[in-house]
Design a protein around this ligand. Structure first.
Ligand code: A3P
Length: 273
């Protein structure tokens, strides 16, 4: 992360995907890659069908600044990703260049649950796993989590998107779930790869959206079989994709605590969850 922050030189044509972990990064990687490359390959042969999204759009901190990484997608424009918070961490070369940034966040309750399943969950539903959920929840609410407190992460990109709407596009996972066709079009326009009238007439927006849908990606061999890296199955990135899944796990007092925190941290920002 330090090497990335100190040395990365952005190009004006770069497209930088930024996100809070477990907020829809994999989905957005697939969407960005497919939108940008849709005229390079027929949709039925798009690499997203044969290559895991995390290999097509590498992460700065996990892949690019790790010499063992094998990167298959480096073409102009470069599509790169990071979980780095905007304030104090994202390299100034990204902020100062003309490259575009797309950010995705998610309702913190669902983000927490997805995070818990991904990083912490114990194999069986035992007393100790419930205890572990409790402890992890308290740490999350105190801001002790990878890439920092969720409120700083979200507000950093939110403010940047308000100040520079042509540079930073701010998205919410729930909005994409509600209307993916609208957001696929929005993304394409923002990235500088708008759909033509002809493409719209032929249903290409819907096709791209379908190609990158949870149901489609989850079942591809490239996303369901084997490991992405040692100790991490590819299928771990495709769990349930349900908005509001937190209600199956969190106690009423946890929900109340988190809702209060959200209210307190986002008050006056114009952002709601
Ligand atoms: P759940 O754990 O709630 O199922 P990330 O990609 O940032 O790690 O986020 C992972 C979350 O996004 C997981 O949520 C995962 O199931 C969901 N997800 C992965 N691919 C998706 C897709 N194509 N559409 C919608 N959600 C997706």
């Amino acid at each position: 992360m330090i090497a990335f922050c100190q040395h990365f030189q952005a190009q004006d044509t770069d497209l930088i995907l930024t996100s809070n972990p477990k907020s829809g990064t994999t989905w957005l990687k697939a969407l960005l890659f497919t939108i940008v490359t849709r005229t390079r390959y027929p949709l039925a042969e798009n690499p997203v069908l044969f290559t895991n999204p995390h290999k097509l759009v590498p992460s700065f901190e996990f892949n690019l600044y790790n010499p063992s990484f094998y990167f298959e997608g480096n073409r102009d424009p470069r599509i790169l990703s990071t979980h780095a918070p905007y304030d104090d961490v994202l390299p100034t070369s990204i902020k100062d260049s003309k490259c575009r940034i797309v950010y995705i966040c998610r309702n913190p309750l669902d983000q927490f649950m997805s995070n818990w399943h991904f990083f912490v969950k114990l194999p069986s539903e035992t007393q100790s796993s419930i205890h572990c959920l409790d402890e992890t929840f308290n740490r999350f609410c105190s801001g002790i989590v990878f890439f920092g407190p969720f409120w700083d992460h979200i507000l950093g990109y939110w403010k940047a998107s308000q100040e520079k709407p042509n540079k930073v596009l701010f998205l919410k996972y729930e909005d994409l779930q509600e209307d993916i066709v609208f957001h696929t079009k929005l993304l394409a326009e923002f990235l500088g790869f708008p759909f033509s009238v002809e493409e719209e007439r032929h249903g290409v927006v819907e096709e791209v959206s379908r190609l990158c849908s949870f149901e489609n990606l989850k079942n591809l061999d490239v996303n369901s079989k084997g490991q992405l890296f040692p100790g991490r199955d590819k299928s771990d990135f495709f769990r349930k994709a349900k908005v509001g899944d937190w209600s199956n796990y969190l106690t009423p007092s946890m929900v109340e605590q988190m809702k209060k925190l959200i209210q307190e941290k986002f008050e006056g920002s114009g952002l709601t969850f």
